[in-house]
Design a protein around this ligand. Structure first.
Ligand code: C2E
Ligand code: CA
Ligand code: CA
Ligand code: CA
Length: 275
């Protein structure tokens, strides 16, 4: 029994070691991965439900690690937030997205916005408006083609967040609240913050045709957004049933596998060229 106990203990620690070393491997190889060009950006179309036309794309970062293979952003973004590398990843995505959007416009793709995810740390620590101004200028992209997806968590630093948002808004940049409904913020910030749209989290979208309570929440979010004069975009739309439901409730925008998965930039160009 003693022997077994000992073996179990060793097994447990070696499993833990594997986990720790994967995490620290990831943490330590972000900088090098950026230098080596292991990171790239995919783009997922955002659709106007009424016209079914593209109104924007969301930029989603991808990492193909030399040794570990593809790593999901849901795994490496939290690690990068912990060790500060999110500032570098975030700037890479922002610059790539602005340059790509300008390149599409130059190539005759119908003009649409690019939405970039901004983590709370990037928003609170970085000199975000300088980074953004520089990315737009270098890409020669007009600010109205950029949207920032912010989460409720950055609302913690309330007053400084409002000032930064107002600054960005004054530049002509669009602002949206991502994963709306999953945070714990007070709704009163919706009145204070100069935002253009709310994004309904895919957690709610998934169940609208199955769960009456999720459906009720989605109805309420749509109603509230429309009453406040905001756009409302449902993410994670995978089926026609979900789309029809959203359309009947006057949700005006949608994004999800029902339309397109996140795509390579060349594919976006093929799909949305003007002629
Ligand atoms: P998010 O911002 O909520 O992005 C939506 C996620 O849902 C993406 O996962 C997207 O690929 C996925 N998705 C889109 N349509 C559907 C659908 O119909 N069904 C399902 N099941 N999923 C769908 P992805 O690309 O793995 O990104 C995961 C998360 O990682 C993002 O969630 C975001 O929080 C974070 N992330 C991704 N790129 C960036 C980035 O450049 N910067 C920051 N700060 N975070 C990022
Ligand atoms: Ca997002
Ligand atoms: Ca989201
Ligand atoms: Ca999410």
């Amino acid at each position: 029994v003693k022997e077994e106990g000992k073996n179990n203990f060793q097994f447990f620690t070696s499993e833990m070691n594997d986990l720790i070393s994967r995490k620290s491997k990831i943490a330590m190889s972000i900088r090098k991965g950026l230098e080596l060009g292991e990171f790239s950006v995919y783009y997922q179309p955002q659709i106007d439900i009424e016209t079914e036309r593209i109104i924007g794309v969301e930029a989603l970062v991808r990492w193909n690690h030399a040794k570990l293979g593809p790593i999901s952003p849901t795994e490496f973004i939290p690690i990068a937030e912990e060790n500060g590398m999110i500032l570098h990843i975030g700037e890479f995505v922002l610059r790539t997205a602005c340059q790509q959007t300008k390149a599409w416009q130059d190539a005759g793709v119908e003009p649409f916005r690019v939405a970039v995810n901004i983590s709370a740390k990037q928003f609170s620590q970085g000199n975000i408006s300088e980074v953004i101004t520089s990315a737009l200028e270098d890409a020669q992209l007009a600010p109205e083609f950029l949207e920032l997806e912010l989460t409720e968590s950055l609302i913690q630093g309330a007053t400084s967040a409002i000032t930064k948002m107002q600054e960005l808004k004054a530049m002509g940049i669009h602002l949206s609240i991502d994963d709306f409904g999953t945070g714990y913020s007070s709704l009163s910030y919706l009145k204070l913050f100069p935002i253009d749209s709310l994004k309904i989290d895919q957690y709610f979208t998934r169940n609208i045709n199955k769960d009456a309570k999720d459906a009720a929440l989605v109805d309420t979010i749509i109603q509230m957004a429309r009453n406040l004069g905001l756009n409302v975009i449902a993410e994670g739309v995978e089926t026609l049933d979900q789309l029809v439901y959203l359309k009947n409730k006057h949700c005006n925008q949608a994004q999800g596998y029902y339309f397109q998965k996140p795509l390579l930039p060349e594919r976006i160009e093929e799909l949305y060229s003007k002629v």
